[in-house]
Design a binder for this molecule. Structure first.
Ligand SMILES: [Zn+2]
Length: 473
């Protein structure tokens, strides 16, 4: 095979790789072809990276500038070359390593070493991340159905809500992860295992006089609390009127929604992003929680445009995409990290439903995830040099799925489910596959994910339908 012209532009990184990798030891003609293909591809990738690198360099050396430089040094070899020796797709990008990721996530659902006892309270999260990751990869998780229901039956607190495990106090983060896991399982047994009456009472105790929600009794009040509470209220079809024993009734509040949209508006910062609570720094995960709240409260077109400054939100969100890395960071002046593929990437379908179009570079994010965020032995990561975990696996995959699919919000709210009471998130429709520039083949496609709940497509509607049939409390 003749060497393509562009291979002469091969970067020094290729020379370094060739000198150290197994290609050096291969001597037959087939392997020469492999080297030439790799050289051609690396030159193409390097050309692309150069095209998206700003020519303006900040010459002031600071600590953050230095760690950014170190990060680029760690990431670029993966964006230009193929240090993991993955098979490449037709775009010259590493294929989705589906089998290895499935193995990693199945393993994440098995027993843990004793050292993990320190994060026992996060058990609901490990279940949710692993189950969601597996379903995104197209896996049938029904073998886990009974175990999931059994685990969460033990962690449901007698006073309502879920704790991290048996005997642990209820917390909205554990409640969110437990509910989503049960929604993914999606059997009548899973739905029926939730005690809606005590959950309603627990959520009433989390409501605060200024409109927000705390994560736990006497715990921190932040936008995660508001989002997790709305997710539970909506999926379980609970009344919006506060329970009679909700403490904030003494301050004159009567509804879970009292003061909430004003409180969310106050979480938008001068930068345009959304913070944990009024006066804090804008952050990608809080932005998703804030936009998720508004997308549960109604049509994103109505709620996001009404309660947020959308031009400044768009400016802040689009500034989260790192160039030349292609992935997202979570805050101003921070580093690219694969989990923001969802926390920031997942904001885009909600914003697109509000303003009609998005301005994220989907191909660039796909390139980062497939090239730099896949761990060689399976599982996905923050960035090269980090270890894989279920959290980064789940959210890299959710972000990639959001980039691959189009979603449309049905403003007419047709359909049987979600006609009233926080029914907003049950009117999303499939709108085909993303038709713009992409870097993934059919083999790299992930299953469609619900843009608000981050569960498999159709599962949120099925859960809500079940609880609508159950009627009010
Ligand atoms: Zn991360």
């Amino acid at each position: 095979m003749a060497a393509p012209a562009s291979s002469s532009a091969s970067s020094s990184k290729l020379e370094r790789l060739s000198a150290t990798s197994r290609t050096k030891d291969l001597t037959d003609s087939d392997s020469e072809d492999m080297v030439l293909v790799a050289a051609h591809q690396e030159a193409e990738n390097a050309k692309y990276i150069k095209s998206v690198t700003s020519p303006l360099q900040d010459l002031l050396s600071t600590q953050t500038w230095q760690v950014q430089e170190e990060t680029l040094e760690a990431v670029l070899p993966y964006l230009e070359g193929n240090p993991n020796d993955f098979d490449l797709n037709t775009f010259g990008i590493p294929k989705l390593q589906r089998i290895q990721h499935v193995r990693f996530l199945n393993n994440a659902l098995q027993k843990y070493p004793a050292a993990f006892m320190a994060i026992d309270a996060s058990r609901p999260w490990f279940l949710y991340w692993s189950l969601q990751g597996l379903t995104a990869l197209g896996q049938d998780i029904s073998d886990y159905d009974e175990r999931v229901v059994y685990t969460f039956a033990a962690s449901q607190h007698p006073s309502g809500g879920f704790g991290g495990g048996h005997g642990q106090l209820p917390h909205l983060a554990a409640t969110y992860a437990a509910l989503l896991s049960l929604v993914i399982v999606g059997t009548p047994e899973a739905y029926a295992s939730v005690n809606r009456s005590t959950m309603y009472s627990f959520l009433g105790r989390m409501k605060q006089a200024d409109g927000g929600f705390t994560m736990a009794l006497n715990g921190e009040e932040d936008i995660r609390g508001a989002f997790c509470a709305l997710v539970a209220l909506s999926l379980l079809n609970l009344p919006l009127e506060l329970p009679p024993d909700a403490p904030v009734r003494e301050q004159g509040l009567t509804s879970f929604l009292d003061g909430l949209t004003d409180w969310i508006s106050r979480c938008q910062t001068f930068e345009g992003g959304i913070s944990a609570s009024p006066g804090q720094e804008a952050h990608g995960a809080y932005a998703f929680c804030g936009l998720g709240c508004l997308s549960i409260l109604g049509s994103p077109k109505d709620t996001i445009n009404k309660h947020l400054d959308v031009p400044s939100l768009l400016h802040w969100l689009s500034s989260r995409q790192c160039a030349p890395e292609g992935g997202f960071n979570g805050r101003t002046n921070k580093l690219v990290d694969g989990c923001y593929s969802h926390w920031v990437g997942g904001c885009w379908p909600l914003v697109e439903a509000a303003v009609g179009k998005g301005i994220a570079n989907r191909a660039a994010l796909g390139r980062y995830i497939l090239s730099a965020a896949q761990f060689k032995k399976g599982g996905l990561i923050d960035k090269p040099g980090k270890r894989p975990d279920a959290y980064h696996s789940c959210y890299n995959l959710a972000g990639l799925s959001a980039m691959q699919h189009e979603h449309k919000y049905d403003e007419t709210k047709s359909g049987e489910v979600g006609k009233e009471g926080l029914g907003g998130p049950y009117h999303w429709q499939q709108d085909g596959l993303y038709g713009g520039e992409k870097v993934w083949d059919d083999d790299d496609m992930l299953n469609r994910v619900h843009p608000v709940f981050i569960v498999p497509w159709g599962k949120a509607e099925a859960c809500r339908g079940y609880f609508e049939e159950q009627g009010s409390l």
